[in-house]
Design a protein around this ligand. Sequence first.
Ligand code: PEP
Length: 252
Amino acid sequence: MKQQLIAGNWKMNGSLAANEALVHGIAQGLQAALSGKQAHVAVCAPAAYLSQVQQLTHSSGIDLGAQDLSAHEQGAYTGEISAAMLKDFAVRYAIVGHSERRHYHAESDELVATKAQRALSAGITPIVCVGETLAEREAGKTEEVVKRQLAAVIHANGHCISEIVVAYEPVWAIGTGKTATPQQAQAVHAVLRAQLQAATPHADRVQILYGGSMNATNAAQLLSQPDIDGGLIGGAALKPADFLTIIAAAAR
Ligand code: PEP
């Protein structure tokens, strides 16, 4: 059975002291949460703290993730962080195309696809976020939007596509407390799975995560859907007890 992935997206939260308490809290409860079963666990920390969190997570069973990376390889791009730099800190995952970056930084589907490509060529697994806004859902455009977003990444990454992680994150569910129902989420995950199946014979091994107000209460139901292979967790990833409950729900 495919292992589930529970990845915390800390967004622009944290401090040296808060990160230490958070990672220690997760690490201390991890074995009990897994209770002899398995799940992949990662925390996507702000770039400024990658070195600290690399040390805190060392040998803990928690992988390190970044929240973004540059579409460029190196050079005169002030403020940008390259895939190779992330690799220096043993970063295993990098979120690309989070809706907050698409919205606040006007990231296009093509830019997101290039970022995924940069990550893959550095040996980092991109967590490619796709999702519709409330207006798009209400206009009946959910499928069209998520397929367009994923198609750009498939087009740019060809046969490497089975190496990505996809996160379906309906924009209207992020940080709002409004979660997609398990049926709504599963329906979109099935669409994404079919799109991957048309692109690679290895689509079944691609982890498709759900993100959007997943919490300790709703995680088990969402994670029991056939095409939901884990979660990308925002708010609840900042509370060790809640994050551990979600990990326990994902352990197989
Ligand atoms: C996210 O930002 O990726 C996210 C899913 O946030 P939240 O869980 O807070 O909705």
